[in-house]
Design a protein around this ligand. Structure first.
Ligand SMILES: [Zn+2]
Length: 125
C-alpha cells in the first residue's frame, strides 16, 4: 500500500502555461485537487498537453511516492527500540534518531511545504 501525494502547481490559475490547452478553458476544472477536463472523451489530448504545459511535470509542483511498508517499520523516534538485523538475524536495542527517517519524512515535509506556498491542497492518492 502506498502513501502517495501531490500538490498541483499554480500555473493554471496564474496563466503561466504554454501552449493553450487543447480544449476550451471553460471545460477544464479542478476535481478532487487535480486539474481535469470536465467532459468525458477529452482526456487523451488534455493529458498530453498537461504533461509539458508548464515547468512542472503534469502540473504538479511537488509529489511524493512512499510505500507504506516503510511506515510499518517505523519505530517511535527517540525511544529505545528493538531492531532486527535482517542480515544476521541478531536483535539490537538502541535509540532511534529522527535522521534515520529523513528518507521518509523529508519528502512528506516538502509536499506539505509546497502546499503552503501554492495555496493548493495536498492530494493523497
Ligand atoms: Zn506549473
Amino acid at each position: 500500500m502506498g502513501l502517495d501525494a501531490f500538490v498541483r502547481c499554480r500555473c493554471w490559475e496564474d496563466g503561466t502555461y504554454h501552449p493553450p490547452p487543447p480544449i476550451p478553458a471553460e471545460r477544464i476544472g479542478v476535481v478532487d485537487g487535480s486539474l481535469e477536463p470536465l467532459v468525458d472523451g477529452e482526456w487523451r489530448d488534455f493529458d498530453r498537453w498537461k504533461r509539458t504545459a508548464c515547468a512542472h511535470p503534469d502540473m504538479d509542483a511537488a509529489c511524493v511516492l512512499a510505500e507504506l511498508t516503510y511506515f510499518d517499520a517505523l519505530p517511535d523516534v527517540g525511544t529505545e527500540t528493538v531492531l532486527l538485523d535482517e542480515g544476521s538475524g541478531e536483535v539490537e536495542t538502541r535509540l532511534v534518531s529522527p535522521a534515520e527517517f529523513a528518507y521518509v519524512v523529508e519528502p512528506l515535509r516538502r509536499v506539505c511545504q509546497v502546499s503552503v506556498e501554492t495555496g493548493n491542497p495536498v492530494v493523497w492518492c
